[in-house]
Design a protein around this ligand. Structure first.
Ligand SMILES: Cc1cc2nc3c(=O)[nH]c(=O)nc-3n(C[C@H](O)[C@H](O)[C@H](O)COP(=O)(O)OP(=O)(O)OC[C@H]3O[C@@H](n4cnc5c(N)ncnc54)[C@H](O)[C@@H]3O)c2cc1C
Length: 389
């Protein structure tokens, strides 16, 4: 197969050089050898097994951007990007380590006390702890201010009641950052993030592993909290009421990493499709010899190139500390929209075979759809961009 990493003939940005490139190669090998051969089984079970998480930890693929003193590899978002790109290029998009690495762990690094960092980050780096973040509730998705999960202080514990839904890694996770209201009167200012170590609490219950149309290898779950008791020392931040600000500060990276998955899948879809149309024949010639095929692929390759240049620039800015929330929203919305378009057009070029699950483009079609929904829908991204006008 043509290499997805090389399909666009672009020079590598500075951040992707040297050890980031080596990490990409290593992650690619790991995903190809350890995850891809078992991926059908993981899709059938609707989750990747715990052993694979531990293997990823042993291979240095968890917490790559966390400091070495906390068990990480001391990298930056460039390293996380390399790992997510390898996942996308190999086509094992349901392995939820992107969320664990670039969303969950950074909350602990940025808002955790020294004690919390020492306690939790090393275990997140080995895979002993599998991370999730629980914001969405049945009645509150786009409008996070509507969160109803309530945390009430009772001595040195919080008593938490409420429920969450659509939580990625929700069946496997034993380390969940829960968005709660510690003071419902104060709205956003009464929001706090509290860590739940699920192995250590009572009153925690997982609901169904939700039946999704795509990302089948990833577990997505409902969670229920019934008088769940958590030590007050599990609050993130020095005081209550910081949750909303913490969420807003971390969103650019969360949104950028959705863009990472998008650009990686776009490159894989193009690579697979170019190979396919060279092989497949109709009317006595290869599909690629029809002008429509060439024009379609020319358009997609051009747009993919624009997307990759934009993505690389966003990462450059993010590593330098300057990726603003509006540009991150643009990356999330535009790259995931483009992903949907590219995958759809590529499926069309596969004809009927594109609709068959045994062809990877079919799985990509199913997996791509949610990218426009989670992490803040693309409509919400446009709302945020609109506010900057
Ligand atoms: C597979 C999957 C994994 C997920 N993982 C997680 C996770 O790990 N953690 C987590 O907390 N959540 C997760 N989510 C939830 C996800 O973030 C929400 O589904 C998303 O934010 C949208 O919320 P909602 O589903 O309640 O839709 P709604 O908020 O009900 O939106 C419905 C529609 O209305 C539109 N809309 C809403 N408000 C506006 C507005 N102001 N202007 C214009 N249009 C608007 C939306 O764009 C959408 O099209 C996941 C979801 C899925 C499907």
């Amino acid at each position: 197969m043509t290499s997805p990493a090389e399909i666009l003939n672009l020079p590598k940005p500075a951040w992707a050089a040297d050890e980031v490139g080596m990490l990409y190669d290593m992650a690619h090998r790991f995903m190809s050898e350890e995850i891809a051969p078992r991926y059908d089984e993981f899709e059938k079970n609707e989750m990747v097994d715990r052993e694979s998480w531990l293997k990823a930890g042993a291979a240095g693929l968890l917490c790559a951007s966390m400091p070495e003193e906390y068990g990480g590899s001391g990298g930056t978002f460039a390293h996380e990007s390399a790992i997510i790109e390898a996942i996308g290029h190999v086509g094992v998009d349901g392995f939820g380590i992107g969320l664990h690495n670039s969303i969950v762990a950074p909350y602990i690094l940025h808002y955790g006390s020294e004690e919390q960092k020492k306690k939790w980050l090393p275990k997140l780096a080995t895979g002993e702890l599998i991370g999730a973040i629980a914001m969405t509730e049945p009645g509150a998705g786009s409008d996070l201010q509507g969160v109803k999960t309530r945390a009430q202080k009772d001595g040195n514990q919080y008593k938490i009641n409420g429920s969450k839904t659509f939580i990625t890694n929700g069946q496997l996770a034993n380390f969940i950052i829960v968005v709660t209201k510690t003071d419902p009167e104060k709205g956003a200012k009464g929001t706090s993030l509290i860590v739940v170590e699920t192995d250590e609490v009572e009153g925690f219950e997982r609901g169904r592993n939700l039946d999704k149309i795509g990302l089948k290898a990833n577990d997505t779950s409902e969670l229920f909290f019934n008088d769940m008791r958590v030590p007050t020392s599990n609050l993130l931040g020095h005081e209550e009421g910081q949750g909303f600000v913490q969420l807003m500060q971390q969103l650019p990276q969360e949104r950028l990493q959705i863009g990472t998955g998008a650009i990686a899948m776009i490159e894989r879809a193009l690579a697979l499709t170019i190979d396919y149309v060279k092989e497949r024949k109709a009317f006595g010639k290869a599909i690629i010899d029809f002008q429509n095929t060439q024009f379609k692929l020319a358009e997609l390759k051009t747009e993919a190139t624009i997307g990759r240049v934009f993505y690389n620039d966003c990462v450059t800015r993010h590593i330098a500390g300057g990726l603003d929330p509006v540009t991150a929203s643009m990356a999330k919305y535009w790259l995931s929209d483009l992903q949907g378009k590219v995958v759809d057009e590529c499926l069309q070029l596969h004809g009927g075979y594109g609709y068959m699950n045994e062809y990877p483009i079919a799985r990509m079609f199913r997996d791509a759809r949610v990218q426009r929904i989670y992490g803040g829908t693309n409509e919400i991204m446009k709302l945020l961009i609109g506010r900057s006008l």
